[in-house]
Design a protein around this ligand. Structure first.
Ligand SMILES: Cc1cc2nc3c(=O)[nH]c(=O)nc-3n(C[C@H](O)[C@H](O)[C@H](O)COP(=O)(O)OP(=O)(O)OC[C@H]3O[C@@H](n4cnc5c(N)ncnc54)[C@H](O)[C@@H]3O)c2cc1C
Length: 309
């Protein structure tokens, strides 16, 4: 299992595979399970359906680790237009993006400038923006970046990963800036000197941090989103929220499009706040490989698509 995960995560960063695998038709067919399509219109159509069952969405226009700043500007333009479109269509869709998609590998300050423009635009349109967390080499500077943004804007959240030993401390050290936190388990290949390698330990840490965040929701009304498809953890978080008398509406779960769809519907039906993250765009390859690595059994879907046509 661990070997399969490592091979898939290695494949997510391999240049030859990045260039060639997305051209295989059977892979394209298999990807459809996780993305409604390659355009914003496809993601908007999917949102309209989810809205009918009380699920709101977050959009990610796929892309990461760009090599030219010009690409960062094109991505920012895409988000400006998207935010306008969401506003016009009166849908509850937030934005989530990777800083390396808008130049973080090239220039901290240029990325800050572009990100602030996106957040300002979102603020004008009553919208919110989330920062994805990438591999561990980015954690320090992403937190530094987030703090700078929070000095000026309140409509921004940060994703943090429960597999890292450091995350509980990072969150505690951030409480003075009234953060919005999206808690995930973590999707990258990391050295065992900095992450829990035992899945049970990751789950335990996820729940410990969740308890802390729920306590902070109760105390100071911060926003925290529990982003997991782990139904056991969802159950534990619901019970703890109930024990603390936190309303269902203030208990927010986030999941990915195409994963645990039935459960997403049920949790929303119970009255909890549920938001589905929809990714779209042509640059789906590394993102898709991380989804496969989370559950190597998903490779079966690719094989099924290979033999079905
Ligand atoms: C809204 C959202 C935003 C995210 N943002 C980030 C981010 O910014 N940075 C980051 O590092 N990670 C991010 N992730 C990914 C996250 O780190 C995990 O890799 C991913 O969510 C799988 O972990 P899990 O909590 O669902 O638990 P797991 O224990 O991995 O899974 C629990 C169960 O969910 C189902 N499941 C989980 N993943 C899959 C899958 N790919 N295919 C099919 N079934 C699956 C399976 O039934 C599995 O048994 C995000 C996840 C979500 C939901």
């Amino acid at each position: 299992m661990e070997i399969g995960r490592n091979i898939l995560l290695w494949g997510s960063t391999n240049d030859w595979m990045k260039k060639n695998v997305p051209n295989f038709k059977f892979v394209k067919r298999a990807v459809k399970r996780f993305i409604p399509g390659e355009t914003a219109s496809d993601a908007l159509d999917a949102t309209r359906e989810l809205t009918q069952i009380n699920i709101n969405t977050t959009f990610t226009y796929l892309g990461e680790n760009i090599k030219e700043l010009q690409e960062a500007e094109q991505t920012a333009d895409h988000y400006f237009q998207l935010i306008d479109r969401i506003y016009r269509e009166e849908l509850d869709i937030e934005i989530s993006l990777k800083l390396t998609q808008i130049g973080f590998d090239l220039s901290f300050n240029k990325t800050l400038l572009l990100f602030k423009q996106i957040v300002r635009k979102a603020k004008e349109c009553n919208n919110n923006v989330w920062i994805d967390m990438e591999d561990s080499t980015y954690v320090d500077k992403t937190i530094e970046f987030y703090k700078k943004i929070k000095d000026e804007y309140d409509n921004v959240g940060l994703c943090l990963q429960a597999y890292l030993f450091r995350t509980m401390d990072d969150i505690k050290n951030m409480m003075d800036i009234n953060p919005w936190i999206r808690l995930v388990k973590g999707a990258y290949n990391e050295p065992d000197t900095i992450v829990f390698t035992d899945k049970r330990k990751v789950d335990e840490n996820f729940f410990d941090i969740s308890k802390y965040l729920l306590g902070q929701i109760q105390k100071s009304g911060i926003r925290a989103a529990f982003a997991t498809h782990d139904i056991n953890l969802v159950g534990q978080i619901k019970s703890e929220a109930e024990r603390l008398d936190i309303s269902k509406n203030a208990t927010e779960f986030q999941m990915l499009y195409g994963i645990r769809s039935r459960e997403q519907y049920q949790i929303a039906e119970e009255g909890y706040n549920v938001r589905t993250l929809i990714s779209y765009g042509e640059a789906w390859y590394p993102w898709y490989m991380r989804r496969l690595a989370e559950r190597p059994a998903n490779v079966g879907f690719i094989i099924k698509n290979l033999i079905s046509k």
